[in-house]
Ligand binder design. Sequence first.
Ligand code: PMV
Length: 394
Amino acid sequence: MFEMEAGKNEIFVTAPGKVILFGEHAVVYGKPALAGSLDLSTFVHVWHKDQDICLRLVDFSMTLHWTIKQMAESFGGFMCKDVHDVAMFSAEDIERLHSNAQLCVPADQRTSVDIPAVLVFLYLYSSIVGSKGITQLLPLDVEVASCLPIGAGLGSSASYTTCLSAAMLKAVDAIGKKGLNSSDLELVNQWAFSAEHILHGRPSGVDNAVSVFGGLINFKAGEITPVKCPVLEILLIDTKVKRETKTLVDKVHKRKSVWPAVVQPVLDAIGAITDTVQHNFNLGNTDFSELTQLIDMNQGLLSTLGVSHPKLDEICHLAMQYGFSGKLTGAGGGGCAYCLVPPGSVGLEELMRDLKQKGFCCWRTNVGRSGVLLHKNVEEMRQSKNNIPKCFAK
Ligand code: PMV
């Protein structure tokens, strides 16, 4: 049995968010999409306590406590026997988890368990840490903070489920004996995917795959394939307009039902753009002038599908004035856009200044770096990332 000693054996984990570079919406109809890991990550720090379990969600300004007894009584039914038998929760299981969670918090804090991040924690803690047996539950303090905007289509939830899965698996010594090997990553991915069901009902698995394995992946009809590509620099821009993926997917579906002969060729063209980009990457050809034209075309086609937004159009037009190409990423209707930053570009600072003046948030970041990482200590964690939440910075 792994023993966490106070002050020692702290666990530090980071896991990146994702950006869809090409192919969103068409992917719903069996076309390929390309998604890559971002330099923006979620951070988790776990350390041993004398008693109780504590979850600090820094971005929600929320701290919750449970006693070991409460955990054992309320969530004993969720403990798995072997961490390699990853549970897949049904809707009824999630409902049961939710009602048990409500009984565990004071009446004035009941709404906190409506926050899916809390349920995900209870699920992963009780399933994974509980796998050692009900008498072996560890008193842990778990602190989480993220650089990713929530609900903007950048995979913030998958980076959270990935980080927590890795941290809980590490706490019971199931992974990370010498860094993270491929079977460790596979296990983290299975748990993260399983936890994503609590958040999204029927997730595609792209977000957690990117967060766990990093790099760039091709996603087509449920199949996930790594793609060799250079690390790409992008400017990521948040419109701060909230949107619901489901509403936008439904919108495209409606358009397709009304005008199948118009919409199908648009989806085919988006698929052809993604195939072209991937083909070039496979050949080791990163022709930035071609990539930027393909980005422009993809944005035009998404606009035709009705999933752009005046703020997204404004960003793309502004980018064009400075010679950059941008498109929405994810579901659209708000959320984020990205602009490709080819090496040696000029005018980026000016573009960023204008975007900020217009009230947008933007980050200069890279696509295609590492996935989930276990860090030896806080220093190493800080050094490995360009963007760090305040609570983990010096
Ligand atoms: O914005 P996100 O991360 O929810 O991306 C949605 C991508 C879609 O293609 C629009 C939907 C999907 O399930 O693939």
